[in-house]
Design a protein around this ligand. Sequence first.
Ligand code: SAM
Length: 211
Amino acid sequence: MYEDERKELVKILYKKGIKDEEVLKAIFTVERHKFVSPGLIHLAYKDSALPIGKGQTISQPYTVAFMTEKACLRKGQKVLEIGTGSGYQAAILTAMGVKVYTIERNHDLYRDVQKIFNELKIRVHSRCGDGTIGLNEFAPYDAILVTASGPKVPESLKKQIAVGGRMIIPVGSRTEQALHVISRNSETDFTDEIVPDFLFVPLIGRNGWEN
Ligand code: SAM
């Protein structure tokens, strides 16, 4: 169902600069309409964020694809996602053969997304809680994807990136943000590529914004 729409979405993302074939394949495979509210299914394959309730959104497909591409993941690697939301980003990562750990702070969204993961047989390790402190028991991660924006890069998360891995995280004010691609080159050496012009919902927690 909606195969033509997904093909069209892949073309749009390719034109916008997404070139990683594994990412584009996952965008084609994952049925985004299963992650949006029933009343918004007709908009599921537009390249836009959509409300999922509780003041939160399913991210824009371009943002999901861009962050996933920047994570440079290979099959079998391990990713921590902060902000499960609708579950779409986690589903894209799973479709790429990546092992996914994901944390959502909102209890209602956490409960709803478990149903979706179960229905679609998406195997992820899912937690309800404050993702700004990470998930130390399974660290380090080949990539950490933060899908909500805080005022600074949490040190707690930086420590959980594997050497050779990276973290993609939006940082800024509540209204203006940039995406940081932080690569961990050694135990102590990190580089930070900054990509402007992204907009995310707030990252709320101990190392994020206050509620
Ligand atoms: N990855 C999601 C998707 O594919 O639908 C995007 C969800 S939305 C843009 C960001 C999510 O981050 C929201 O569901 C919000 O509740 C959650 N969030 C905000 N602060 C958080 C925190 N400290 N820990 C975990 N989740 C958080």
